[in-house]
Design a protein around this ligand. Sequence first.
Ligand SMILES: NC(=O)c1ccc[n+]([C@@H]2O[C@H](COP(=O)([O-])OP(=O)(O)OC[C@H]3O[C@@H](n4cnc5c(N)ncnc54)[C@H](O)[C@@H]3O)[C@@H](O)[C@H]2O)c1
Ligand SMILES: O=C(O)CC[C@@H](O)C(=O)O
Length: 387
Amino acid sequence: MQEILTLNSISPKGVERLSSSLFHVADDVEAPAGILVRSQNMHEMELPESLLAIARAGAGTNNIPVEQCTARGVVVFNTPGANANAVKELTIAGLIMACRNLAPALDWVGGLKGEGDAVAKLVEKGKSRFVGPELAGKRLGVIGLGAIGVKVANVATHLGLEVYGYDPYISVEAAWNLSRNVIHCVNLNDLYSQCDLITVHVPVTKDTVGLINSEAIAQMKQGVRIVNFARGELVDNGALLAGVRTGRVGCYVCDFPTEELLGEPGVVALPHLGASTPESEENCAVMAADQLRDYLLNGNIHNSVNLPNVELPRVGGSRICVLHKNVPGMLSGITGAASEAGLNIENLVNKSRRDVAYTMLDVSGNVGGGVVARLKGLEGCIRVRII
Ligand SMILES: NC(=O)c1ccc[n+]([C@@H]2O[C@H](COP(=O)([O-])OP(=O)(O)OC[C@H]3O[C@@H](n4cnc5c(N)ncnc54)[C@H](O)[C@@H]3O)[C@@H](O)[C@H]2O)c1
Ligand SMILES: O=C(O)CC[C@@H](O)C(=O)O
């Protein structure tokens, strides 16, 4: 029985994928082989010795100490695209909120409680202060054309927006899915200087922190409306608030409230609701649980953010999984150790990703402690598992 620790609430549909005869899933296990997590910050958490893998039910992995995991031989998964539709829909709502002043309008209407029969009259008299432009005919800049950005860009073209897209690292699959009506921007300056609305859909990394800063805002059109359902850290809130206060930024709609943003006219902050739909919570949890199960039971890796994707159909016997540094000589060291132990290699796969690599061997013969010790002793070996 392997233990799985859940951090955050994980959709039961996902937990159900981890059969109770093989896994004990709970929020208080002590020696987890796997962790299922959503947004909980794991940077300060001590990773248990027993930990083999972390599955993030969602897209962003900035809450996970990925580098530390790699060094320790802990595989980190995410669930690409599983919540993209939910975020796309809320982004469209955010664009409409940014234009049509929905948040202040709702606040104002709420304040009419107690006005009795005068409510209808007061509404008609006061509504003009919430007039805002339509989306159709405006220019929208989409930064980041991954699972979410592509969906947002495509649907925006159907709403009559002229869409500009920027993503220097766009994947082949995303490029295939992107509407040909989306105008390709090769640099951010072009996008900033032309767009009435800007939406961000990139991960937060050391390169994207503070992407929307005072220099970026200075290049944007007067009154630009900015929507951010990606991560709060992508925006320099000081620069943003300065822009909002001078009117350079017409409105900022985000999913990441902070103390400084609250109560600020021109800022709408939602409580990280982008992926909060039953459909996406279920999609993410199922995908995360399936990936975790396949790794723990079979050693296969799908959708990892730190290890290569590796799949090997099982051909019987025992499976040896070696996670190691991507350095010369590892493969011969591993196969040599297996041969010396009298094991016959029936099937083998070896893949690398940047500094790390993963080798899986299906062997016939008795895998004893000697071969495991020998593999662990190889210079560059990070982790050995026999399944
Ligand atoms: N609000 C929410 O609840 C919520 C939900 C899902 C995802 N997110 C956030 O949205 C982000 C995007 O999600 P996704 O599913 O589309 O991820 P994704 O990996 O499919 O797409 C990210 C895209 O950003 C691009 N990119 C990376 N750096 C860039 C840069 N400097 N400039 C332009 N493009 C760059 C990549 O090439 C990729 O195409 C996630 O990393 C996460 O932080 C938030
Ligand atoms: O789990 C959530 O609710 C949010 C997930 C989201 O931020 C993501 O990056 O996928």
